[in-house]
Structure formats: structure tokens, C-alpha cells
Design a protein around this ligand. Structure first.
Ligand SMILES: [Zn+2]
Length: 102
């Protein structure tokens, strides 16, 4: 298993977000399941939809994604696998938790 460094720092950020959000998904506010290692989705298997994943608050290409205001941690949220997968480039999505950011 390579790439331990990147994985562990991201896992720490994910754990922090998970605890801060009381184990609730940033987008749908449903309880998430914590696993230390989120399995890569394949054709055969997918993580439980409620699995806690780490997600960029701003989607790819969003001008604020790389902005430093708020710092590193602010740019990440804990989101359930289902929301992480389903949001994609949908920038119109407004979470009840994100009103202050949008
Ligand atoms: Zn969710």
C-alpha cells in the first residue's frame, strides 16, 4: 500500500470534519458511517452510500476552490459517499449548512 502520507493527512482532515459535523453529511445532514479507509468504488463494489468521504467545498474550476481565505480546512467538508458522487458539477446545490459560504 503506497501513498501513505497523502492518505493519512487527508484522513485526519476527514476525521476532523466528521467530528465537527457531529457525524452528519454536510449536504444532506444524514448520519454518516465512519471507515478508516474508504474503498475505491469499482464496477462490482461501491462503498455504503452513507460512508463518510472528504469533499472539496467548491467544485473543480470554482474560483474560490484555490482561495486562501478560510485556509486549508475550510475548503473541505465531510460528505456521505452518495452526495459526493451525485453532486458533481452541480453548483446550484445549496446545503442548509452552507448558507454562510455562498
Ligand atoms: Zn449526504
Amino acid at each position: 500500500m503506497g501513498k501513505v502520507n497523502g492518505t493519512s493527512s487527508k484522513r485526519r482532515a476527514r476525521r476532523l470534519r466528521f467530528v465537527e459535523q457531529d457525524g452528519l453529511c454536510w449536504w444532506c445532514a444524514k448520519p454518516m458511517i465512519w471507515v478508516d479507509v474508504v474503498p475505491m468504488p469499482t464496477k462490482e463494489t461501491k462503498p455504503d452510500p452513507a460512508t463518510c468521504t472528504l469533499e472539496h467545498l467548491y467544485p473543480k474550476g470554482h474560483p474560490r476552490r484555490g482561495a486562501m481565505n478560510g485556509g486549508f480546512e475550510r475548503r473541505w467538508v465531510a460528505a456521505c459517499f452518495k452526495c459526493n458522487q451525485s453532486r458533481g458539477a452541480d453548483e446550484g446545490w445549496v446545503s442548509p449548512f452552507t448558507a454562510e459560504y455562498v
